[in-house]
Design a protein around this ligand. Structure first.
Ligand code: ZN
Length: 689
């Protein structure tokens, strides 16, 4: 309210920028403050295969001062981990990024040349991917300029401070950096997935050094778990190296690797603890601090239990070494953070879902022995994101379900979130971009998508995170690592199938989540269309599908397409030389989803590696070259970017003396500026760790 009355004061300009454009009709002042804007610029720029957006934080102003301050410190802790993620992705990422940033700041040659423009795009892509490998395909990003031009950039950046070693000539330094950036034959892939070769030696991530796949597997299988029912997540927070012929683990902790950054994270977590909303939060933040201090996985589990069981507070966060997609063996976790608060209105929806979790589990099509007899506290909520950090920035998931340890989920429950201000931004930024019209077969399908698409998509995410990942159980003695490099794909498929299967259930209407099953139809259309067509825009011609979520989507779509062929469940149609996939029978498709869910749950529950490998390799990986070329050509005409990422809002403490009076939120729209600010402000790690 206050802000809007400031229209007559000196804050007029600020008001214009943040409020007045925000509504078209006669909304109330409060709605103005929540800036639910039609004119807010969601899409700020596009380069290479990437679009940059900014998201709003509705209702931030309605939080209490204490909650805002709490969010501020958590956000600082989120931003301090950025360099850890860079370094984990590749040993020379920080080294490279800092050199590129120096050139960007100091180069005094022609800054309008084609070459320099390519250099800037390359730098933006490195920022986006937290390193020199594509964030999604994990392949080395082509520089777009040659080593001669790189030398020219370095030689004409007069005051630049380059990390040239004492015993190193400038020529050698240039040779070293150009071998990393410009040579397509070195460090080709961050996460190497072809099981016929050594997964560790061929991956360029910084999780292992001097060890091969056999060393790693031998090392971890030699460690006895003292409690086999509650196994520790061995290896999740360390780099494994061979030193003097011995395999050793370097732990990521306060007095270990990444210690300087972790110290900062601890510092801000500690400040956050003082203003936390309740004692439980204080307790788990203290636990997280001790884990960052001692690196002990038992402490990590204790933290996760406390965190999973605390569901009362409005503000919440993720902060740690969490997801293992960056390691082909699925063991080492990349650092990430998300700071958020609950969207109370939309959470009513997910509460209905989690309150009925046992019903969904009992009625699922999987074998009885693989069902959870009692589903433990799945807490689902819709959240509003305030800050993204580490592996979640600038590219972010739209839903999260944590903790990852199966036994904790089974015994203590898990928290599942749908990030609605992020999905809202995606919807807003892609409105009217032509993609839907290009790939949908009929006007009816387009109509359905416009009418039901956004909510159906959000409910898919709710079901995927809240029920899908949390459902099912492993047979005794089976570990999640049994599926090795296929684990992530199969796990995503399991969660997607659970969601897809239930979306077409009358229970959805009974529970008031849908008013009509047309919501499900619209989601089915979009899923199949994406899995068989649209997502191919993200893959380079001649390549197969590598990324787990993409493999999962194609696996499901293709499996159903082929299994349903005799009944013509999904039909391939060609109109004006364009290929479409049309669903003829939604109920039969639903049954196919159920059948596949049953099989994938069996694979997971029994740790059936061979079947898992077979189903992923047969349906999830290979791409039809002709169709691929067609999809790429159609998409190119639309001039769209297949990947999106976000500029964070900027938070500032407003102080009077030492007393915090408010936390100001702004929405910067300059991606490069934010990246440079972060590199300047949140950077304490050495070039090479
Ligand atoms: Zn998932």
């Amino acid at each position: 309210m206050n802000k809007c009355f400031l229209i007559i004061s000196s804050s007029f300009l600020f008001f214009l920028m943040s409020c007045s454009n925000s509504n078209q009709n006669n909304n109330t002042m409060n709605e103005k403050n929540s800036i639910e804007s039609k004119d807010f610029k969601f899409l700020t720029e596009q380069f290479s295969d990437i679009k940059i957006m900014r998201y709003q934080v509705p209702d931030f102003e309605k939080l209490s001062l204490n909650q805002k301050e709490y969010i501020y410190y958590l956000s600082e802790a989120a931003l301090w981990g950025r360099d850890i993620t860079f370094d984990q992705n590749f040993k020379y990422n920080l080294f490279v990024r800092r050199i590129l940033e120096e050139i960007y700041a100091k180069y005094n040659g022609d800054r309008n040349s084609e070459n320099f423009k390519n250099f800037v795009v390359y730098l933006k892509r490195v920022w986006f991917s937290n390193g020199i490998h594509h964030h999604y395909s994990t392949e080395k990003i082509p520089a777009g300029f040659d080593k001669e031009y790189l030398a020219e950039l370095i030689n004409n950046s007069a005051d630049a401070k380059f990390p040239i070693q004492k015993d190193e000539t400038k020529e050698n330094f240039i040779a070293k950096i150009s071998d990393i950036i410009c040579n397509p034959e070195t460090y080709k892939k961050r996460v190497f997935q072809d099981p016929s070769k050594d997964l560790i030696l061929n991956s360029s991530n910084n999780f292992y050094e001097g060890v091969n796949q056999n060393d790693v597997e031998k090392y971890y299988s030699s460690i006895k778990q003292s409690d086999t029912l509650r196994p520790l997540s061995l290896g999740i927070n360390s780099k494994l190296m061979k030193e003097n012929g011995k395999v050793v683990e370097h732990f990521w902790k306060k007095d270990g690797m990444y210690g300087k950054a972790i110290e900062k994270i601890i510092y801000y977590l500690d400040l956050a603890k003082n203003v936390a909303e309740n004692d439980k939060q204080k307790e788990y933040i203290a636990k997280l601090i001790s884990y960052y201090t001692n690196g002990d996985l038992k402490t990590w589990d204790e933290y996760n239990i406390l965190w999973a069981e605390e569901t009362e507070s409005l503000v919440d966060f993720v902060n740690g070494f969490i997801e293992v997609y960056g390691d082909p063996l699925g063991r080492k976790a990349t650092w990430e953070s998300v700071v958020n608060f609950k969207n109370l209105e939309a959470t009513k929806r997910t509460k209905i879902i989690s309150d009925n979790a046992q019903w969904f589990e009992d009625n699922s099509p999987v074998d009885e022995q693989f069902k959870k007899k009692s589903v433990k506290g799945i807490s689902a909520k819709v959240i509003t994101v305030v800050t993204l950090g580490g592996d979640c920035y600038p590219s972010t998931p739209i839903g999260i379900n944590l903790p990852n340890a199966d036994w904790i989920r089974k015994e203590h429950g898990s928290k599942s979130v749908t990030m609605e201000n992020i999905t809202y931004t995606y919807d807003q930024a892609s409105m009217g971009n032509g993609s839907l019209e290009e790939f949908a077969y009929s006007a009816e399908e387009i109509e359905l998508a416009k009418k039901y698409g956004p909510l159906a998509g959000n409910i898919h995410t709710d079901l995927h995170e809240c029920l899908g990942h949390a459902s099912g159980q492993l047979l005794e003695g089976v570990s999640t690592e049994a599926l090795k490099n296929y684990h992530s794909t199969l796990e995503e498929a399991r969660a997607d199938l659970f969601a897809l299967y239930y979306m077409m259930d009358n229970k959805m209407i009974e529970l008031g989540l849908f008013t009509t099953l047309d919501f499900a139809k619209s989601e089915y259309n979009s899923y199949i269309k994406n899995g068989l067509l649209v997502q191919l825009t993200r893959v380079n011609i001649g390549k197969n599908i590598e990324e787990s979520h993409m493999r999962n989507r194609q696996l499901i779509s293709k499996w159903c397409y082929e299994k349903g062929a005799k009944d013509n469940v999904i039909e391939k149609k060609v109109k004006n030389d364009k290929t479409y996939f049309v669903i003829n029978d939604y109920n039969k498709l639903r049954n196919l989803f159920g059948e596949l869910l049953k099989e994938i749950q069996r694979i997971k529950s029994t740790g059936d590696y061979e079947s898992g490998k077979n189903i992923v390799e047969t349906f999830g990986v290979l791409v039809d070259l002709d169709l691929h070329k067609e999809v790429k050509a159609r998409y190119e005409k639309l001039n769209l970017a297949p990947y999106g990422g976000f500029i964070n809002p900027k938070l500032t403490l407003v102080k009077e003396g030492n007393v915090v009076k408010d936390v100001k939120i702004e929405y910067p729209d300059d991606y490069s500026k934010q990246m440079l600010e972060y590199s300047e402000k949140y950077s304490v790690l050495p070039d090479i760790n």
